[in-house]
Ligand binder design. Structure first.
Ligand SMILES: [Ca+2]
Length: 320
């Protein structure tokens, strides 16, 4: 897939800048003022030391190290199509895929990735395919789109270390964390939305879904978060670079990529096994794909009614 992602590392990079330009001198502040408070629940993820990476995993997940996490509020679920639709209607925002007129789609018939004209967040597979369901994660949003969304609500994207800290509290309702070398979930296990069959030939859909699933379909992890394994990859704010260089100065250049975490409905152990807690994927910030979404985070002291409301009554009830 990474080769495929590299081929899809195209785009104009105009989405965010154009939006800010359209917003006029008031810019983001004017847009934020027009937004109604986001109707989402925020889950408190505690601070503390946590291991990041896995010395038994593929090279870019090594070496493991200890990260000191600070308390953070996470969106309970990935941002949904409904939430993104509200944002678009209130702000007039247009995504990079909409402006470019095409986005990355995995064609099951051809078993390959390609750029499909007309694919965007409303129709992730393009014209002639099903419209995105309101309670599914929004996809076909670039990193720039995701960053613009979170920023407009006074939030931000998590770093990949913050994301992994939260995922290590459990990725499924039974608190399970997927690690390197672990056998995949049984073929009919309904605990996460991944590929079940021989990739890319056949997906039985035994977990109930061959594409995205409604957020929270498999319940919440002990942390209170849902969809921390499978369904869609999630953008993080982190640049993709070796862990050994994580504290070294970094100046992103044209081909620099942002990290995604969590795996997707396309993940199969023979392919990416991206649902593992330490797995990393990456794309350029202007790339839009049908299996990549995002969620926002905010420091507790920065949270406002615009950002969301603090979760009061776990476990997750299945509504956003
Ligand atoms: Ca599936």
């Amino acid at each position: 897939m990474r080769a495929g992602l590299a081929l899809l590392a195209t785009g104009t990079g105009l989405g965010l800048a154009a939006w800010l330009g359209l917003a006029g001198p008031g810019g983001p502040a004017a847009t934020a003022a027009a937004l109604a408070p986001r109707r989402v629940e925020l889950v408190s993820i505690p601070g503390g030391p946590v291991q990041i990476g896995d010395n038994n995993a593929p090279g870019d997940e090594r070496p493991a190290f200890t990260y000191q996490a600070t308390p953070l509020l996470f969106d309970r679920t990935p941002v949904t199509v409904r939430q993104f639709s509200v944002f678009v209607s209130e702000s007039g925002y247009r995504t990079e895929a909409e402006r470019l007129g095409e986005a990355g789609v995995f064609e099951h018939d051809a078993n390959a990735w390609g750029l499909t004209k007309g694919a965007d967040w409303r129709r992730p597979q393009g014209v002639g395919h099903l419209a995105a369901e309101p309670d599914h994660p929004v996809t076909q949003v670039s990193w720039n789109d995701a960053n613009a969304f979170c920023s407009a609500y006074g939030a931000r994207l998590p770093t990949e270390f913050e994301w992994e800290r939260a995922a290590r509290l459990g990725q499924t309702p039974d608190g399970h964390v997927f690690l390197s070398g672990e056998p995949p979930p049984a073929g009919n296990a309904k605990v996460l939305n991944v590929w079940q069959g021989v990739f890319p030939i056949y997906d039985s859909g035994a977990d109930g879904y061959r594409l995205t699933s409604p957020v929270g379909s498999f319940g919440a992890a002990p942390s209170g978060l849902t969809d921390m394994a499978g369904n869609v990859w999630e953008w993080t704010s982190s640049w993709y670079r070796p862990y050994a260089d994580r504290d070294a100065p970094f100046k992103p250049r044209g081909a620099a990529e942002r990290v995604q975490r969590g795996g997707s409905f396309l993940c199969d152990p023979s392919f990416c096994q991206g649902f593992r807690v330490t797995a990393r994927s990456h794309s350029t910030p202007d790339t839009s794909l049908m299996h990549v979404g995002f969620r926002c985070v905010v420091e507790p002291r920065r949270a406002t009614t615009l950002t969301g409301r603090l979760a009061q009554t776990p476990p997750f009830a299945g509504q956003d």
